[in-house]
Design a protein around this ligand. Structure first.
Ligand SMILES: [Zn+2]
Length: 255
């Protein structure tokens, strides 16, 4: 039974992941989510339902467009698979609960941000606002209005801290050191897991980002490297490992 529920969460996650990929790609460009329907970017062949099954379609089609045989990026099935795994992990960690729903909503926002920030170097306000509202509503049921008030203050504190950090960075490097989207994202982090863990997430993101950036520079990739996806990965780790500042400080002082 437990395994079938996990599998169900995985399948639902993979389906949502396939949709988030579209959302993350189209929202920053101001395109409609429904029109045009999914199509091959090379020959415009409109994908039939059988070609739209997450992960499986890619395997059946051998990673190629059915009509023009253009290669389909490995990124799509990997992203859909990861999304499925993250939904299943949310269930494994939090069980059938409001906390699980909260984790899935938050991770959904992060998945969309990973796509949009990588593709367009922007984190759309509409995505941040939409998911912040959902997070606030779910949190009211978990921690009550007082708890949400405190969470909002934490979001504000994280936002102000990042803004100051950015202004300092701009002054230091004499150029834009951090995007506005990253700063607004920190407000949502503060709301989600508090001020201190938001600060920790910046350091985690820097640590995760360093090797990736070095590899991209070594491979002479011309793609600009946004910081948002690394913040997103750090936040996913924090939520699924239930990291909080007191346990972190506990770990540090124990050693
Ligand atoms: Zn095609």
């Amino acid at each position: 039974m437990y395994f079938s529920i996990l599998l169900l969460f995985f399948v639902v996650g993979a389906i949502f992941g396939s949709f988030y990929n579209v959302v993350g790609y189209r929202i920053p460009k101001g395109q409609s989510l429904l029109y045009p329907p999914s199509h091959c970017t090379k020959c415009d062949h409109r994908l039939t339902p059988i070609e739209l099954i997450p992960i499986l379609s890619f395997i059946f089609l051998g990673g190629k467009c059915k009509v023009c045989k253009e290669k389909i990026s490995w990124f799509y099935p990997i992203f859909e698979f990861s999304s499925g795994v993250l939904f299943a992990l949310s269930y494994a960690v939090f069980g059938f609960s409001l906390e699980c729903l909260l984790a899935i909503v938050f991770i959904s926002m992060l998945l969309i941000i990973i796509i949009s920030d990588y593709q367009t170097m922007t984190i759309p306000d509409s995505v941040l606002i939409f998911f912040s509202i959902l997070i606030i509503i779910i949190k009211i049921f978990i921690v009550g209005f007082d708890g949400v008030g405190i969470a909002l203050l934490n979001g504000l504190a994280a936002f102000v801290f990042m803004l100051l950090l950015k202004l300092f960075g701009d002054f230091l490097f004499k150029k834009e050191s951090m995007g506005g989207g990253d700063i607004k994202l920190m407000a949502v982090f503060g709301l989600m897991f508090g001020f201190w863990m938001s600060i920790v997430s910046v350091f985690m993101a820097a640590i995760i980002g360093l090797p990736v950036s070095l590899i991209m520079i070594k491979n002479k990739s011309s793609h600009e490297i946004p910081f948002g996806p690394f913040l997103a990965v750090a936040a996913i780790i924090i939520v699924l490992l239930k990291l909080d500042i007191s346990t972190l400080l506990g770990i540090i002082t124990l050693r």
